[in-house]
Write a protein that binds this ligand. Structure first.
Ligand code: SF4
Length: 381
């Protein structure tokens, strides 16, 4: 699919786009001067804001946002492509300029224990701090905000559109929200004050300090745990496992509702012994209540030559997770599979029946199983 076609699919068609073009609240005069100096010719000047979590390193700047630890020279940009060093200051160029805006069922994130049946106003700006061979959104994740078609949607406008479209939450998703942190953080703060929840769909590749600050405004997160092997993380994702495990622990400790997605890729992440070790780690770290989604891989991007994950292998992963002690385990991207429903961990009865992203029946009342009154972990409204 061509970039323009893809973005057309992502774009929120019914959006009443703003015609006014207000300046971002944190537009810095140096960016303004830089962009008016004629040195750039960059039409995206209005979307710059001074980046959080950065420190000087001589003429360069050390970005402290994620474990990539970029040191960025003047005129350069970080690996995520949306942090630039302008005259010794670091700026995000992804503030108020989402390249994808859409209304999604919350189940699509996937979040199955968080306000089921509601919709999430979903936004993304271009950029990512990993480089997964299987990326399903590579057209927007592996480019700069300068390369995408963007909308004009400042934080207050995001919240207004969320309310206008009857969404219960705003989801920061599709690409990697850590790379548009400033935009997401400011939007989430306004949303909170307006009674709207915030959802973080992420690879979990973020440093501890920005993560803890983020937890103050996030209500739920779905984190991709891409494998349980440092070597695979390095080769498949250009990242590291340990920071992602730390992220899982912090979200849980900070009481942000957490669910985990593990994409099972044939020949890469489908080793059931590794999955067993991963689940053992989750249980040992008190995350046995966290819903775990085994997601089916489809051939994509640089792994286009692989076959889709056999359903049998997903079922083996599911069985291994349950055996290790995970209480709420799902299989995703296999429409009609019995593991897309929720079963009470205590009485084993089906308490939420789903068809795709829709809910058919629900037997959770006041956060408890209607059959045996066991508390079901989650945020139920
Ligand atoms: S957020 Fe971007 S610039 Fe900062 S360390 Fe990560 S990849 Fe590098």
């Amino acid at each position: 699919m061509r970039k323009r076609e893809f973005l057309g699919c992502c774009a929120y068609g019914a959006m009443n786009l703003l015609t006014a073009r207000p300046l971002p609240p944190r537009l810095h005069e140096e960016v303004d001067a830089w962009l008016h100096s004629g040195s750039s010719g960059d039409e995206l000047w209005k979307w710059s804001t001074e980046a959080l979590f950065a420190e000087a390193a001589g003429d360069s700047i050390h970005c402290l946002k994620c474990p990539n630890d970029c040191t960025i020279p003047v005129g350069g940009s970080g690996l995520c492509r949306n942090r630039v060093n302008v005259r010794g200051k670091l700026y995000s160029i992804a503030y108020g300029n989402p390249c994808a805006v859409h209304v999604d069922p919350i189940e699509k994130k996937p979040l199955l224990h968080f306000l089921p049946g509601t919709r999430a106003f979903s936004i993304a700006a271009a950029g990512c701090n990993l480089a997964c061979l299987n990326c399903q959104n590579w057209q927007i994740s592996q480019v700069s905000p300068k390369d995408t078609e963007n909308q004009d949607l400042m934080p207050r406008a995001v919240v207004s559109e969320c309310k206008r479209t009857g969404c219960a939450s705003i989801a920061y998703t599709y690409s990697e929200p850590t790379t548009f942190y400033e935009y997401a953080f400011d939007t989430a703060g306004i949303a909170r004050r307006e009674g709207i929840r915030n959802v973080w769909k992420s690879n979990g590749y973020i440093e501890e300090t920005p993560l803890r600050k983020l937890c103050a405004v996030m209500d739920a997160a779905n984190i991709d745990l891409k494998s349980f092997d440092e070597n695979i993380y390095a080769r498949l994702n250009a990242g590291k496992l340990a920071p992602v495990l730390r992220t899982l622990r912090i979200f849980h400790e900070m009481r942000v509702w957490l669910e985990i997605t593990n994409l099972v890729i044939p020949g890469w992440t489908d080793d059931v012994d590794m999955i067993r070790r991963m689940c053992s780690w989750l249980c040992t770290n008190g995350l046995d209540d966290v819903p775990l989604h085994f997601s089916r891989f489809s051939p994509l991007y640089k792994l286009n030559q692989l076959a889709p994950t056999p359903v049998k292998r997903l079922e083996e992963a599911h069985a291994a997770a349950v055996k290790e002690g995970m209480k709420y385990v799902y299989i995703g991207n296999v429409p009609g599979h019995t593991a897309e429903h929720t079963y009470c961990h205590h009485c084993k009865k089906m308490i939420i029946e789903r068809r795709g992203y829709s809910i058919v029946t629900q037997h959770v009342k006041g956060g408890k199983c209607s059959f045996c009154a066991t508390s079901i972990p989650g945020v139920w409204g």
